[in-house]
Design a protein around this ligand. Structure first.
Ligand code: NDP
Length: 271
């Protein structure tokens, strides 16, 4: 008898991950005899884990902090998009061959377009230049953004992002309030505003009221930034949809069905 497919999310720490709830919901809903488990694997053990998992029957894995760039380096094959972003969040195992993809960019775009199907980013303020910002920049470039203004508390990371994505412009952290002028989109890709963290220190006065404001954070769903943006009339998009939409392509590859992102899933994941 063929064994049930099993996939994982690998990170360190991993206790906070909502991915098992996402994939568990889809497995149950589609009546698939499969499994999706969370694996807490340290940086020292990551390469060994990637070697072993395909051999013991895993069909693939999601990868989260701190392993995303290492996953790309250790894979045998990678999509152009994963290489351009410099990180992989979705691995498919074929025999002992590891294929790396990055579905965060697609998740980011689908999340905003779910509520704003005609959204065409042009002038974008991107606050934060950490790991997640790289997929955001690739997605914005592919969606046609021509003026991406990036800033980060630590200037080295802004410089790194500009080096890897020469089309964007880097700004000093002190000018973050001013670069919102004329923007049609504002993205928070920092951890500021997450549960347990202070709000993002950003004055919205110069942001046009028509600009879409998206926070990558999903705990809480309404960050102080989104609450402030909503209060002054900006359309807002929380980060949960990005998490849900980035998960769907992996589920399809491992379990053979393209799952739905809908309110039942949202409720199951946040409940
Ligand atoms: P990283 O650790 O790579 O980056 C963290 C970012 O937050 C950096 O830009 C960092 O700046 C900034 N930051 C941290 N502390 C401060 C501070 N006190 N003031 C200003 N900036 C600060 O994390 P990721 O890029 O992976 O994640 C960023 C956020 O995006 C997280 O909240 C995460 O939960 C969310 N996320 C959401 C996803 C989704 O599917 N919705 C997917 C991935 C991430 P510095 O370089 O100066 O430290």
């Amino acid at each position: 008898m063929k064994p049930s497919p099993i996939a994982a999310v690998i990170g360190h720490p991993i206790g906070h991950s909502r991915s098992p709830a996402v994939h568990g919901h889809w497995l149950k809903r589609h009546g698939i005899k499969g499994h999706y488990v969370a694996l807490d694997i340290s940086e020292a053990d990551f390469a060994k884990a990637l070697e072993l998992l395909p051999r013991i029957g895993f069909v693939g894995a999601n990868v989260t902090l701190p392993h995303k760039s290492r996953a790309l380096m250790l894979a045998n094959q990678a999509t152009d998009l994963a290489r351009r972003i410099g990180a992989s969040n979705t691995l498919v195992f074929r025999g002992t061959t590891i294929e790396a993809d990055n579905t965060d960019a697609e998740g980011f775009l689908r999340n905003i377009r779910a509520g704003h199907p005609n959204w065409m980013p042009r002038r974008v303020a991107l606050i934060g230049a950490g790991g997640a910002s790289r997929a955001v920049v690739a997605a914005l470039e592919d969606a046609g953004a021509t003026d991406i203004r990036a800033t980060n508390r630590s200037p080295e990371r802004t410089a790194e992002l500009v080096r890897d994505f020469p089309g964007l412009r880097g700004y000093d952290w002190s000018s973050r309030h001013d670069l919102l002028e004329d923007c049609d989109t504002l993205i928070n890709a920092t951890s500021q505003g997450m549960l347990g963290q202070p709000p993002l220190d950003l004055a919205l006065d110069r942001l046009p009221r028509s600009a879409i404001v998206n926070d990558l954070i999903y705990v809480p769903l309404e960050t102080p930034l989104l609450a402030a943006a909503r209060a002054r009339g900006n359309p807002v998009v929380d980060g949960l949809g990005m998490l849900l939409h980035q998960a769907a392509p992996g589920f399809f590859r491992w379990f053979g069905i393209m799952p739905e992102v809908d309110d039942r899933l949202r409720a199951a994941v946040m409940g």
